[in-house]
Design a protein. Structure first.
Lengths: 296, 555
C-alpha cells in the first residue's frame, strides 16, 4: 500500500487499539512518507511526542517537525522544543498545558504534541487548519477512542493495532468489526435527526434511528417491526464482531456518517503473520492491512 | 458561548420582567463579534439614565448611517472585529510568543478597525490609534497574522541560529553518509525510519557492529537503530549548547517585547473599550436595520408610553411561521395606572408583553421595533402575575404571585414600571378584585409608579389617575356572517379563525362594572362540546348576566 497516496489531501485520524499500539511511530512514518510536500499538518488528541510515556514511563517515539510543517500544540511545550516556530493562531480553548497554538515550523526539531480535549475544539481547529491551507491533516488520536474521528465529516481512519498472544482474539475481533462497519452503507440526510432526538430510538416506519452508543443493552430495545437500523457512526459501536454479524443478518444496517477506513496497521508481537492471517480469515481485508511498517 | 440567561437576569432582580417579555428570544439575534462585545452582551446592562441612553441611541444612529453610507467599510470593520482575539488576562511579566502573537493580532485588527470607522464615530468612541511604534516592532516578527521571534530582534539570536543551522546541516550530512554505509554493508534501509524491526537470525550477523544498536522486540525479532559515531554525538552536544544560547537570546527578546507591551498598557485599555463599544453598537445598528427598529423618545418621568405600530418580535415571528396575521400595537396612554380588560385570547397579555418588551429594549440601549415609541426611564421594571414564568420553591401560584408583588412593591420608592397580568386569578374572584382594587388605589396615590394591569375582574373601584381600557376583542357580527355553522378542526385553523375576527386594538373602556362576555363563544370555537356551550349560556342567563354572544358552537 502506498501510504503517502492514501493519506494525501485528506484528514486522517490515527487511532489505536491500546496504549503503545504504535500510533505515534506510524505518524512519524506517515510524515516521512509525505515529505517533501506542502500543506502537511498534524496534531494530537491528548499529549504525544513526549520523551517517555506519561503512564508507563518507558521511552516513546519522538515526533520530529520539519521546516514548513503545520502543527498544533500547547504554548507551554514550545520552550522545550529544538525546533523553531512561527505562531499562526492561538485558540481560545485552554488545556491543562495552556492555550493551543497553530505553528509553522521554521527549523526542524523534536516537538511534543498536545491537542484539543474535546470534539468541538478539535472540529474548530480542523476548520482553521484548512483555512491555513493545510490539505493533508493527520490527527494522532487518543488511546482506544475512535469518537474523535466523528468530529470531521470527511475524515478517514487509520487503525493501529498492537497484536500479542494475550490479546490476539480481542484484537482480531476489533479489526473485523472495524472492517465490517467500514463496509456498511451510509444513510444520508439524517444527521440532523440525531442532533435533535436525544438518546431515544426514533422510528420512521420500519426504520429505527439509534442515537449514541450502540450497546447490547440498547439493541435489546429494538422491535420486531424494525427492518432497518441507522447508527450515528462506527465510533459509536460498543459491541463485538459476532454481535455485529448477528445484526446484519437480521437488519439492513446503515450509518448516518462514516469515516472511510484507509488502512489497518498491524504491529505483531510474538505472533506470526501467517498465524494472524489464518485466524483473521476475512477475505478482502488483506488489501487494507499494513504489517509493521518498520519491518526491515 | 451561550450565556447563562438566568444568571444574567438574577443580577437585575428583574428576571420576571425579562422572562415575561420573552427578551431572550430577541437577544439571541443580538450577536457581537468580539470576545469583548460578547462579554458586554452577557452583562446585559440596564440603563436608568436618560442621558446614558440618549448617548447610546446617538451612537446607534451614527452606526446606522455608517452602514447605509459605507457598506464596504462597515463590512471591513466587521471583518476586523471578527478577527479580534481573546487577549491574555492579567498577563505575566514576561509574555511568551503565543501571548505576543495575541497582542499583535489585537493591535493589527484594532488599527484596521479604527481606520474603517468614520471620524464622527471614532471621536465619541475615543477610537484613537497611537501604537504604531509598538506594532511596527511586533511586525518585525512576521507580516500579517503571524508572529515569531525573528532574527531581526537581536543580533545574538541571529548568530545562534546561523550556528544551529550549520550544525544541523553537518549532522544531516553525517547521518546520511552513515545510513548509506549501513545500507550497503548490512542491507538495512533506514530511509523514512528511525529504527527497523529485524528478524533475529538476520540481525545476529550484525551483532557487535559499531554501526548498529540492537534491543529486544519480541521472540522472533529485534529493533535495530543506527549508531552515528562520536563526531555525531559531539556535534549533537554542541547543538544542545547552541539551543541553550538561542533560548537565552529568545528570553531576552521576550523580556524586551513584554516591557514595550507593558508600557502601552494605557492605550491598549482604551482600545479594548473602543473595540467593545464599536462591536456592540455595530451589532445594535445591524439589528435595528434588520428589524426596522427606531429610536425611542425619552420624556421626563412620569410619562405614560405612546406606541405607534410596535411589534412584539417573538410573537410576530411565531405567527409568521403559522402564517397568521400579526397586528402591531398602537396606543397613547395618558394615565399612570392602566387597567386593561378584554376577551380571552383578545390580546391583553400580548399588549402587556409588547409594552414590557419595548420598554426593556429601550432601557437596555436598543432601538425598538415600532414606528414610534415615546416613554420615560424607570429605575426598575417588574412583573407580578403570570406565574408560569416563576419557580416553584414550595409556594403555590398565589404565594408566588404575592412574593413577586412584594418584590416589585419594594421598588416603588423610585420610578417603577409594573405589569400585572391576571393578578390573583387563582383565588376567589371577590377577594381577588378587592386586592386588585386596593393595589390600583395604592398605585394611583404613588407618583413613582406606572402600572399596567390586565384583568378579567369587572368590579374594580375607579380612581383618579387610573384609565380603564379594553381590548376591542371579538368581532361578533363579522364572525357570525363568516362562520355559518362551519366547524374548524385543526388547532391552527381555530387559531386562524380567532386571529381573523379578533381586534387586537386597545380602546377606552366605558368604566368599571361592564362585563366582557365572549369566553363561552371562544371556548366553542376552540372545540368545547356544543351542548356544554348551550348549557353555559343558560346558566349565564339564569344568573341574570348579559346574554353571552352566540356562535362558535361545535358538536
Amino acid at each position: 500500500m502506498n501510504i503517502a497516496a492514501t493519506l494525501k489531501d485528506r484528514v486522517t485520524f490515527i487511532v489505536g487499539s491500546k496504549k503503545n499500539a504504535g500510533k505515534t511511530a506510524f505518524l512519524n512514518y506517515a510524515l516521512e512518507s509525505l515529505r517533501p510536500g506542502t500543506g502537511v499538518a498534524y496534531l494530537s488528541v491528548g499529549v504525544d511526542g513526549e520523551r517517555s510515556d506519561a503512564v508507563f514511563g518507558h521511552p516513546k517515539p519522538q515526533i520530529r517537525a520539519q521546516k514548513g510543517d503545520l502543527l498544533v500544540t500547547a504554548e507551554t511545550t514550545l520552550p522545550a522544543s529544538e525546533a523553531s516556530f512561527e505562531v499562526l493562531n492561538v485558540y481560545p480553548a485552554r488545556t491543562a498545558l495552556g492555550r493551543l497554538v497553530l505553528l509553522r515550523a521554521l527549523r526542524e526539531g523534536r516537538v511534543e504534541l498536545t491537542g484539543p480535549e474535546n470534539n468541538t475544539q478539535l472540529s474548530a481547529i480542523l476548520s482553521d487548519l484548512e483555512k491555513h491551507k493545510a490539505s493533508t491533516i493527520l490527527v494522532d488520536g487518543a488511546v482506544d477512542r475512535m469518537t474523535q474521528a466523528a468530529s470531521h465529516k470527511k475524515a478517514r481512519l487509520v487503525y493501529v493495532a498492537r497484536v500479542e498472544p494475550e490479546n490476539l482474539q480481542s484484537a482480531l475481533d476489533a479489526i473485523k468489526l472495524i472492517y465490517a462497519a467500514s463496509k456498511a452503507p451510509t444513510y444520508s440526510n439524517c444527521e440532523s435527526l440525531f442532533a435533535t432526538e436525544g438518546g431515544t430510538i426514533l422510528r420512521q416506519g420500519g426504520r429505527a434511528l439509534v442515537p449514541g452508543a450502540v450497546t447490547k443493552t440498547k439493541l435489546e430495545g429494538l422491535l420486531k417491526t424494525d427492518k432497518e437500523l441507522v447508527f450515528e457512526d462506527p465510533t459509536k459501536l460498543f459491541i463485538t464482531h459476532a454481535e455485529w454479524a448477528g445484526l446484519v443478518k437480521k437488519y439492513a444496517v446503515y450509518f448516518a456518517m462514516k469515516p472511510e477506513l484507509s488502512a489497518l496497521i498491524v504491529n505483531l508481537y510474538n505472533v506470526s503473520k501467517d498465524d494472524f492471517l489464518r485466524k483473521l480469515d476475512l477475505p478482502g481485508l488483506e488489501a487494507k492491512l499494513v504489517f509493521n511498517p518498520y519491518t526491515a | 458561548m451561550k450565556p447563562n440567561w438566568s444568571l444574567i437576569l438574577t443580577r437585575h432582580n428583574m428576571d420576571k420582567a425579562f422572562i415575561f417579555a420573552e427578551f431572550d428570544a430577541f437577544y439571541a439575534f443580538y450577536r457581537p463579534l468580539t470576545p469583548y462585545g460578547r462579554l458586554a452582551r452577557a452583562a446585559l446592562p440596564f440603563y436608568d439614565s436618560a442621558e446614558t441612553l440618549n448617548r447610546e441611541y446617538d451612537l446607534t444612529e451614527r452606526f446606522i448611517a455608517f452602514i447605509k453610507k459605507s457598506r464596504v467599510q462597515a463590512d471591513r470593520l466587521e471583518f476586523h472585529l471578527k478577527n479580534m482575539p481573546v487577549m491574555p488576562e492579567d498577563p505575566p511579566r514576561v509574555l511568551n510568543a503565543a501571548e505576543i502573537f495575541l497582542f499583535k493580532k489585537f493591535l493589527s485588527n484594532t488599527k484596521a478597525a479604527f481606520a474603517a470607522l468614520p471620524s464622527e464615530i471614532r471621536k465619541p468612541l475615543a477610537a484613537v490609534w497611537r501604537s504604531d511604534e509598538l506594532l511596527n516592532t511586533l511586525n518585525l516578527g512576521g507580516a500579517g497574522e503571524s508572529f515569531h521571534l525573528a532574527d531581526a530582534y537581536a543580533p545574538e539570536l541571529k548568530t545562534a541560529r546561523e550556528k544551529l543551522t550549520a550544525a544541523g546541516a553537518e549532522l544531516a550530512r553525517i547521518r546520511e553518509e552513515k545510513l548509506k554505509g549501513i545500507c550497503k554493508t548490512y542491507d538495512l534501509d533506514f530511509t523514512k525510519r528511525e529504527f527497523l524491526v529485524v528478524d533475529e537470525a538476520r540481525a545476529r550477523k550484525a551483532y557487535g557492529s559499531p554501526d548498529l544498536f540492537f534491543e529486544a522486540y519480541d521472540s522472533a525479532g529485534v529493533i535495530a537503530r543506527p549508531i552515528f559515531g562520536p563526531a555525531y554525538l559531539e556535534l549533537t552536544a554542541v547543538k544542545e549548547k547552541l539551543h541553550a544560547e538561542e533560548r537565552a537570546a529568545e528570553q531576552k527578546v521576550l523580556r524586551e517585547l513584554s516591557a514595550l507591551i507593558k508600557k502601552e498598557k494605557e492605550p491598549v485599555a482604551g482600545y479594548l473599550q473602543a473595540v467593545e463599544r464599536a462591536d456592540v453598537l455595530l451589532a445594535k445598528a445591524r439589528l435595528a436595520l434588520e428589524y426596522g427598529m427606531t429610536r425611542p423618545g425619552l420624556k421626563k418621568f412620569p410619562s405614560p408610553p405612546a406606541l405607534k405600530n410596535a411589534r412584539f418580535i417573538p410573537l410576530e415571528t411565531r405567527l409568521k411561521a403559522l402564517k397568521l396575521k400579526y397586528t402591531p400595537f398602537s396606543f397613547k396612554f395618558s394615565r399612570r395606572v392602566n387597567i386593561l380588560r378584554g376577551s380571552n385570547m383578545g390580546g391583553k397579555t400580548v399588549a402587556l408583553k409588547t409594552l414590557a418588551f419595548t420598554q426593556l429594549l429601550a432601557q437596555t440601549g436598543f432601538f425598538v421595533p415600532a414606528e414610534a415609541y415615546d416613554t420615560c426611564v424607570y429605575a426598575k421594571v417588574h412583573v407580578a402575575g403570570d406565574e408560569e414564568t416563576g419557580r416553584a420553591e414550595g409556594l403555590s401560584s398565589f404565594g408566588l404571585e404575592m412574593n413577586a408583588f412584594v418584590r416589585a412593591y419594594a421598588d416603588t420608592g423610585k420610578p417603577c414600571l409594573i405589569f400585572m397580568d391576571e393578578f390573583a386569578k387563582t383565588t376567589n374572584s371577590d377577594e381577588a378584585a378587592a386586592l386588585l382594587s386596593a393595589i390600583s388605589e395604592d398605585f394611583c396615590g404613588n407618583e413613582q409608579v406606572l402600572a399596567f394591569i390586565a384583568t378579567h375582574f369587572a368590579r374594580l373601584a375607579p380612581r383618579r389617575n387610573a384609565a380603564f381600557l379594553r381590548m376591542k376583542g371579538f368581532d361578533n357580527a363579522a364572525f357570525s356572517a363568516y362562520f355559518l355553522g362551519r366547524t374548524p378542526v385543526e388547532l391552527t385553523e381555530k387559531l386562524k379563525m380567532l386571529n381573523k375576527f379578533m381586534d387586537y386594538e386597545i380602546t377606552n373602556d366605558t368604566g368599571p362594572g361592564g362585563g366582557i362576555h365572549d369566553a363561552i363563544k371562544i371556548a366553542g370555537i376552540l372545540g368545547v362540546n356544543g351542548r356544554i356551550i348551550d348549557r353555559a349560556r343558560d346558566f349565564m342567563a339564569a344568573a341574570g348576566k348579559t346574554k353571552p354572544a352566540e356562535g362558535g358552537r361545535s358538536e
